[in-house]
Design a protein around this ligand. Structure first.
Ligand code: SAH
Ligand code: SF4
Ligand code: F3S
Length: 441
């Protein structure tokens, strides 16, 4: 018997890449690969890449430069680039780094086994098509126990919104939703393997419109209600949503669906209507605030999270101030802010850019505000009785770590809870990036 070949996957970017990396590992499992955690002992290395900002994309080339050296020690080593950089740059990657054997974009992952055979035969393999066949069906091959009690499940992929700064519509392609029954089957399989929390993924997840069992289109809210009936599944989340797709039924579900967690990531990007228009966001600051008001009316304790871009072309001090005002107004439990990064091929790349020092200074100001707000909201959790889904043992003896309903990391001291348990706790302290808790009975 020959020893199994070893596969090392390094994942960059968003949660969908995490989901995709797991599917690719399973698919190559069928080709005799087992996963390893070290690049040095791998026979196949895949970098599952992100193209969202320049820094993310450039990281890939420096990593490839390092990994190339491993080929001298292991002549059988094959190196592949997958994900959004693969889609955006295609064969240019092999030109820039000839040590790369394989390049495959997100819509062609189901073709990975054939591509692997090709590179094993000493050829290179490139696939950045947007094929018609059902990638998810062919990628199926879940055999292992779940890695954790919380899992991702892609329900929708791609985006038709074309925000002026964003590469996603080009790297992930047109918006497409998976059929309801396939998602329910995958969810049940995950639950059978010990998963208790599902995060439904999509670049535009609330635009979900998959075919239901009766052939009629289902909204995300209808899908969530169907998932709500699965015994053993305890928590449902979804990300990432667009403000314009927060439909009435989805807002209502936040008030009435008991498994839907009180946390919503709803990026707005800017608080200035002029900038929002130039970003092609098709909502205003006011319409965004109105949506949040309605969500809070349905679920008053919901924790809001968002994304912001600072230094978008033409952003003035006044525009930036409007963003800070919006943040003050919303009060985010979490928020992520990024300095605008010029992406080749996107409309905003052609416009007059904001001075880099000005953008840096704005990033610092927005991050200071967000950090303060996050801390204030974390502080309000002290004394509250919450439930934690236990994910792993902590660093101290007897300590277990998990997530609250609001997605805060919680350390439970002196706990006999097991991974996968959902335990009642009382929050005793708010630390910088987590909460401390004791178990209640
Ligand atoms: N699907 C997600 C977007 C994924 S990108 C959504 O629609 O929200 C995650 C975040 O990266 C975006 O919300 C945006 O804030 C940021 N981002 C996207 N393109 C960027 C760019 N060119 N420069 C800086 N940040 C960017
Ligand atoms: Fe990108 Fe999100 Fe805009 Fe789509 S909606 S273009 S994924 S930022
Ligand atoms: Fe990055 Fe692609 Fe996700 S660009 S954020 S890996 S969709």
């Amino acid at each position: 018997m020959t020893a199994p070949k070893k596969l090392f996957i390094k994942t960059y970017g968003c949660q969908m890449n995490v989901y995709d990396s797991e599917r690719m590992a399973e698919s190559l499992g069928g080709q005799g690969y087992v996963e390893t955690q070290t690049a040095e002992e791998a026979d196949m290395i895949l970098l599952n890449t992100c193209h969202i900002r320049e820094k993310a994309a450039e990281k890939v080339y420096s990593e490839l430069g390092r990994l190339k050296a491993l080929k001298t020690e292991n002549p059988d080593l094959k190196i592949g680039v997958t994900g959004c950089v693969a889609q955006a740059e295609g064969e240019e990657i092999m030109r820039r780094q000839p040590a790369v054997d394989l390049v495959v974009g997100p819509q062609s992952y189901h073709r990975l086994p054939q591509m692997e055979a090709r590179v094993r035969a000493g050829q290179t393999a490139l696939d950045t098509d947007f094929p018609e066949e059902d990638k998810f069906e062919t990628l199926k091959g879940r055999t292992k126990a779940a890695r954790a009690p919380s899992a991702f499940l892609t329900v929708q992929e791609g985006c038709d919104k074309f925000c002026a700064f964003c590469v996603v519509p080009y790297t992930r392609g047109a918006e497409a939703s998976r059929p309801v029954t396939r998602i329910l089957d995958e969810a049940r399989e995950l639950v059978d393997r010990g998963v208790r929390e599902l995060t439904l993924l999509g670049q535009n997840v609330n635009a979900y419109h998959g075919a239901g069992p009766d052939g009629a289109e289902h909204s995300l809210a209808q899908l969530i209600w169907a998932l709500n009936d699965i015994d053993g599944l305890e928590r449902i989340r979804f990300t990432t949503s667009h403000p314009n797709d927060m439909t009435d039924d989805l807002i209502e579900a936040h008030g009435s669906c008991d498994k839907l967690m009180p946390y919503l990531h709803l990026p707005v990007q800017s608080g200035s209507d002029h900038i929002l228009k130039r970003m092609n966001r098709s909502h205003t600051a006011e319409s965004y605030l109105r949506v949040i008001e309605r969500i809070r009316a349905a679920r008053p304790d919901i924790l809001m999270s968002g994304d912001f871009i600072v230094g978008f072309p033409e952003e003035t001090e006044e525009d930036f101030q409007a963003t800070l005002d919006l943040i003050e107004n919303v009060r985010y439990g979490y928020a992520y802010s990024f300095k605008y990064s010029t992406r080749p091929g996107t409309p905003a790349a052609e416009r007059a850019q904001v001075d880099a020092d000005v953008a840096d200074a704005r990033l610092q100001r927005i991050q200071a505000l967000i950090t303060r707000q996050q801390q204030e909201i974390q502080d309000t959790m002290v004394g509250r009785d919450l439930h934690v889904l236990v994910e792993k043992p902590g660093r101290n003896p007897g300590q277990m770590v998990g997530k609250s309903e609001y997605l805060h990391a919680v350390h439970i001291e002196n706990s006999d809870a097991a991974v996968g348990d959902i335990v009642p706790v009382r929050i005793t302290e708010a630390k910088r990036n987590s909460l401390a808790a004791i178990r209640r009975n």
